[in-house]
Design a protein around this ligand. Structure first.
Ligand code: INI
Length: 158
């Protein structure tokens, strides 16, 4: 049996962060947490590319342009049901688009797009009662970048 789990060591990794500005009060918090996690993992500031987009729907397209330059991508956004009649459409477009880019490119991507009923729930998940999604998904991206490298390494007989 072999067990593979990437480490949380971000040294030498290049990480892309795609952040949408819609509901900026929340997405600013997501970005702060994500950058803190990358710093905690030892990712060099020069190895981080942050791309800002208007809303969650734009995330997959930009992620697709970025994949060739990074080892993993962190996506951050906030879709709040109370603020849009097309909540389901925005969530679906962002999620399906992202998964498509991740699978087609073979570059790991983590999903930090909050989908909540209201702003209070989103704030709870960005440093409130329910942890910090931005921090978590950035740390996950580092682990996944290392996991993909391990699976592809000759020592493991890929
Ligand atoms: N984009 C979001 O990221 N969150 C939302 O809650 C949201 N709402 O409420 O509509 C939203 N809409 C904008 C959308 O993502 C695109 O930016 C826009 O349609 C332009 O393409």
């Amino acid at each position: 049996m072999r067990t593979i789990q990437g480490s949380a060591d971000g040294r030498g990794l290049k990480i892309g962060v795609v952040i949408s500005r819609f509901n900026e009060k929340i997405t600013d918090r997501l970005l702060e947490g994500a950058l803190r996690a990358l710093d905690d993992c030892g990712v060099e500031s020069d190895d981080i590319t942050v791309v800002s987009v208007p809303g969650a729907i734009e995330i997959p397209g930009v992620a697709k342009k970025l994949v060739s330059q990074v080892d993993a991508i962190v996506t951050l956004g906030a879709v709040v049901r109370g603020e849009t009649e097309h909540f389901t459409y925005v969530c679906k477009a962002a999620q399906e688009g992202m998964i498509q880019v991740a699978l087609e490119s073979g570059v790991p991507m983590t999903f930090g797009v909050l989908t909540t009923e209201n702003s209070a729930q989103a704030l709870d998940r960005t440093g409130g009662a329910h942890g910090h999604k931005g921090y978590e998904v950035a740390k996950d991206a580092v682990e996944l970048a290392n996991t993909y490298k391990l699976i592809g390494s000759p020592q493991l007989g890929d």
